[in-house]
Design a protein around this ligand. Structure first.
Ligand SMILES: *Cc1c(COP(=O)(O)O)cnc(C)c1O
Length: 375
């Protein structure tokens, strides 16, 4: 069976973990955490970052930082992972879901404005498949209505909008290093802080509501409980793993892009033009970080048949998000809004195997079977 995903390990991870262990300090904010922070700030140009134990945690921190209170409204796509919404639900927010685009599963930027009310506090956008939302458009809307923007950049490492890294546009952004993402640490994440107002409080919230980070820098002479918070910081063992991955960022990305391009060259002009399959769309303002290669079948029946056919041939392809507005948890709170395109992608999208160690023979086999299915 060709798996859908296989976590790639560079070989340096265990060496760095041993180093972290030997240093005698393996709780949070050790040597490797600092190395990761410096990498992101210098290589990707982020103003200030904090590693977290997951993207989910980074999103929860964001919801606390922008002071979400019961009754506040937050606008976000329905076609996303549960954590995008959960982080805000935990603070009592009401979610207003936006439909997906016609040409791409990402949120329809033109459908945001009509959902804004006097209770709206933030737009939480998702760079689906690592492909940028139209940030000029979203930031303009946010500015006009005085809203916070949070980027769920879980899939968007090393991806850019008009040459600027995704994650550096919103007031805050959240990344994931879960084993299914491009750069991994098993579980892991990061909060990016692009607005200085949040820097100090973010450190405090991440350290159980204490000013311990400032204490360790010698800025205060004792530390104590100064705000609400939780334990959002990862152990230095996780950071050691992550740092090994970051050192290989270029190599990992080049390989993923090569695999992505192989799929695209085989399918474009064939599946889209002859078989009504929607292929990934990378707008002019966006780059491709090869997080995902997907096909959007023309209907649910076709997707079911394709997944079954691939499975029978030893290929594990998967569908993706079940739209949140129709989830058993949220349905009761929804107001019957029709999200036509969200439903379409929920019913029809198929993700193909894409991982560093996918061999060219295996990929040729997958491509051959898909073309055969459509023939
Ligand atoms: C993976 C993912 C998350 C969750 O990341 P974790 O690190 O597992 O918490 C959130 N949002 C999106 C869009 C994701 O793809």
């Amino acid at each position: 069976m060709i798996p859908f995903n296989k976590p790639y390990v560079t070989g340096k991870e265990t060496e760095y973990i041993q180093e972290a262990v030997a240093s005698g300090k393996i709780s949070g904010d050790g040597i490797f955490t600092k190395k990761c922070h410096t990498f992101f700030e210098t290589q990707l140009g982020f103003q200030k970052v904090l590693l977290t134990t997951s993207c989910t945690d980074a999103l929860e921190m964001a919801a606390i930082l922008i002071d979400i209170k019961p009754g506040d409204e937050v606008i976000m796509p329905s076609y996303t992972f549960v954590s995008t919404a959960n982080a805000f639900i935990l603070r009592g927010a009401k979610i207003k879901f936006v439909d997906s685009r016609t040409d791409h599963p990402g949120m329809d930027e033109d459908a945001i404005e009509k959902l804004i009310t006097h209770k709206t506090k933030a737009i939480v956008l998702v760079h689906y498949a690592g492909v940028a939302c139209d940030m000029d458009k979203v930031m303009d809307i946010a500015k006009q209505h005085d809203l916070f923007v949070i980027e769920d950049a879980a899939q968007a490492i090393d991806s850019y909008y008009k040459d600027k890294a995704l994650g550096s546009f919103g007031h805050l952004a959240a990344f994931s290093f879960h084993e299914t993402k491009n750069i991994i640490s098993g579980e892991g994440g990061m909060l990016v802080i692009n607005d200085e107002r949040f820097e100090q409080r973010a450190e405090i919230i991440r350290e159980k509501g204490t000013n311990r980070s400032a204490f360790f820098r010698g800025e205060v002479d004792k530390y104590g409980w100064v705000d609400m918070g939780s334990s959002f910081l990862p152990s230095d063992i996780i950071a050691a793993f992550l740092y090994a991955q970051l050192e290989s960022l270029k190599e990992i990305q080049n390989k993923r892009k090569e695999i992505w391009t192989n799929y695209d060259q085989a399918f474009r002009g064939v599946l889209d033009e002859k078989h009504e399959v929607q292929l990934p769309c990378i707008p002019k303002f966006a780059t491709n970080n090869a997080h995902m290669y997907y096909l959007v079948c023309k209907d649910k029946k076709e997707r079911k048949a394709l997944l079954k056919y691939l499975k029978e041939n030893g290929i594990l392809a998967v569908f993706h998000y079940l739209s949140l507005h129709k989830s058993s948890f949220y349905k009761a709170n929804c107001h019957g809004e029709e999200l036509t395109y969200t439903d379409f992608y929920s019913d029809c999208l198929v993700r193909l195997p894409l991982f560093y160690e996918l061999t060219s023979q295996d990929q040729a086999f997958i491509i051959g079977k898909i073309l055969k299915f459509y023939r």
